[in-house]
Design a protein around this ligand. Structure first.
Ligand code: PLP
Length: 296
């Protein structure tokens, strides 16, 4: 959809919103694109799906919902052993209600979960030794390949496509699907400056080499993952008011804010059409704690 916003119009720039938040009520936005091929694979092999996330992970909720919808068993490995003794927060309650078995692990083990020995131990302890493993954030090669559809759908519609990035899997696939001449900008929501290398590695694994034209914008993480300072909150509320589109705070708000700032800086020549991908929707219940949380 095209939005009428003078912050872009005064620079001769058009803004389109790619409403991936409307793809499916439970498998929202990039979650659907990243999970679909993995779900097919797990179902074909008749395996339980194991994946990983923090206490408010959008990815865990989406995986749990997919399990319910497709009749697949799911196990969520949750960062933070201490959470095991507390009542489940609304996000984890939703996962459990969708049939996901939750397995809590301490933060140091969680950090080392990609080490093959640590992973084997984790799967064993979770009672899912032969499970189909989907990494944290869902970004493996099948997920990246699934996200190429997002780029293909945007061919011929925009000069520059922007989206928020966590692991970079969505950007890696999107860029590969765009037409020559179209560019992608990924707005990092985590601090650290590692995203460019990660996107390169994800493209190498998924496609055997670099694809498309993309870059990472590292200036709009607002202090790091799940940091939503008052300025960003006010921006998101104002955007919702202006355009009637719900703005997910941890990712989408940062991408939209970045686009306004870049446009004001003159980063886009007059006549440019921008497309912002709305990769998610707000989850009621996640906000108060998510704002002060640093877990993914
Ligand atoms: C709403 C939303 N937007 C964007 C992203 C970023 O996706 P990626 O990890 O592929 O960079 C996520 C990831 O969890 C998300 O939940």
């Amino acid at each position: 959809m095209e939005v009428d916003d003078e912050r872009f119009a005064r620079h001769g720039v058009r803004l389109l919103l790619k409403r991936d938040d409307l793809i499916h009520p439970d498998l929202i936005g990039n979650k659907w694109r990243k999970l679909a091929r993995n779900l097919d694979e797990a179902a074909a092999r008749g395996r339980t799906i194991v994946t990983f996330g923090g206490a408010y992970s959008n990815h865990l909720r989406a995986t749990a919902a997919a399990g319910r919808l497709l009749g697949l068993a799911t196990v969520g490995v949750v960062r933070g052993q201490e959470l095991a003794d507390r009542p489940l927060n609304p996000s984890l309650s939703r996962c459990a209600a969708d049939g996901m078995r939750l397995h809590f692990v301490d933060r140091s083990t969680y950090r080392r979960k990609t080490d093959p020995d640590v992973l084997a131990g984790l799967l064993d302890a979770a009672g899912a030794a032969d499970a189909y493993v989907v990494p944290e954030g869902g970004s493996n090669s099948l997920a990246v390949q699934g996200c190429t559809d997002l780029g293909r759908e945007l061919r011929g519609h925009a000069d520059v496509v922007a989206l928020a990035c966590g692991t970079g899997g969505t950007l890696a696939g999107l860029a590969a699907g765009l037409a020559p001449g179209q560019r992608a900008v990924g707005v990092a929501v985590l601090k650290g400056g590692f995203l460019e290398d990660d996107v390169r590695a994800l493209q190498e694994a998924a496609f055997g080499g670099p694809r498309g034209s993309w870059r990472v914008e590292d200036r709009f993480h607002f202090g790091g993952y799940a940091r939503v300072p008052a300025e960003l909150e006010a921006f998101a509320e104002d955007f919702e008011f202006r355009h009637g589109v719900p703005v997910e705070r941890l990712y989408v708000a940062k991408a939209l804010y970045a686009l306004v700032a870049l446009t004001q800086e003159g980063a886009f020549p007059r006549g440019t059409t921008l497309a912002a991908v709305i990769t998610g929707a707000p989850f009621e219940g996640a906000r108060p704690s998510a704002q002060s949380s640093t877990s993914r």
